[in-house]
Design a protein around this ligand. Structure first.
Ligand SMILES: [Fe+2]
Ligand SMILES: [Fe+2]
Length: 275
């Protein structure tokens, strides 16, 4: 746990649509039974957009990957899907390096981040679910995903490429790190979507199903050709329907319990002294 593996699988950014790239990171490899993606995205729109900022632990590689795709001074927008550490880990560093970028957050996000947000208010823009963001050659739509773990969560749909960034939605673990869900076995991938949905959004079990389905409909109605997110490999055209269908039934799926104290006892029993 929290021990870096000796070697970490390295993926160069993946082009998932025209001028749209997934930047890869992951955790768990070599130390836990599965790996979990920690992706971010870059849209080279007329006004380039960076979507989420990854983990602090991966800062050097994250910034190198972003700047391999877009020059720091060309970044116009940094969109944060919500204020969890795996999405904001390099927010301050990126904004410091990108002098022409505006930080796209919302009121609640800056309230929740408090003093950890070092970007001055003059560089903010607040957008909410249902809003849009003009980035020069396209107007991005802000659409909340059906599964989320922070009240600040907003997804992002690009009507030009039909890519939807679902933040924590459509997440699933990987037996080994991969770029694309097409490389995963279908059944464990879809079961993983159920697990993540319930872990991320335990309230799904108490939500009226018809109302929940309407939140999934909002994404289906966008007719995305690619689903991207922080904790999933790329979900390409042939797998979008499967991911949406798995999300629809996630609230009632039977999923394994989270590791409990007995698991921690077993871990601690083999830890070296002081670890
Ligand atoms: Fe989250
Ligand atoms: Fe996340």
């Amino acid at each position: 746990m929290h021990t870096a593996p000796q070697t970490k699988t390295r993926f160069e950014p993946t082009r998932i649509a025209p001028e749209t790239f997934l930047i890869h990171d992951h955790q768990g490899e070599g130390t836990e039974p599965v790996s979990v993606a920690l992706n971010t995205m870059v849209i080279r729109a007329a006004e380039p957009v960076v979507v989420d900022t990854g983990m602090m632990e991966n800062r050097d590689q994250y910034l190198a990957d972003v700047f391999s795709l877009v020059e720091p001074e060309d970044i116009r927008w940094v969109f944060i899907s919500h204020d969890d550490v795996d999405h904001t880990g390099n927010l301050n560093a990126l904004m410091a390096a990108a002098p022409n970028a505006t930080l796209v957050i919302d009121w609640f996000m800056q309230e929740r981040m408090g003093a950890s947000l070092e970007v001055p208010a003059s560089r903010w823009r607040w957008v909410q679910d249902g809003d849009s963001l003009d980035v020069g050659d396209r107007t991005l739509r802000i659409v909340r995903p059906p599964v989320f773990d922070s009240g600040t969560t907003r997804g992002l749909f690009d009507p030009l490429t039909e890519v939807y960034w679902g933040s924590d939605a459509f997440a699933s673990p990987m037996a080994v790190p991969v770029r694309d869900v097409a490389e995963l076995d279908l059944v464990p991938w879809l079961e993983g979507i159920h697990v993540f949905a319930q872990y991320i959004s335990p309230w799904l079990q108490v939500v009226d199903d018809a109302k929940f389905q309407r939140t999934v409909d909002r994404i289906a109605d966008l007719q995305p050709q690619v689903l991207a997110g922080c904790h999933t490999p790329m979900i390409g055209r042939g797998h979008v329907a499967d991911a949406i269908a798995a999300t629809r039934i996630a609230p009632s799926a039977v999923v394994p319990p989270q590791p409990d104290q007995s698991v921690l006892d077993a871990i601690q029993s083999v830890l070296p002294a002081g670890a």
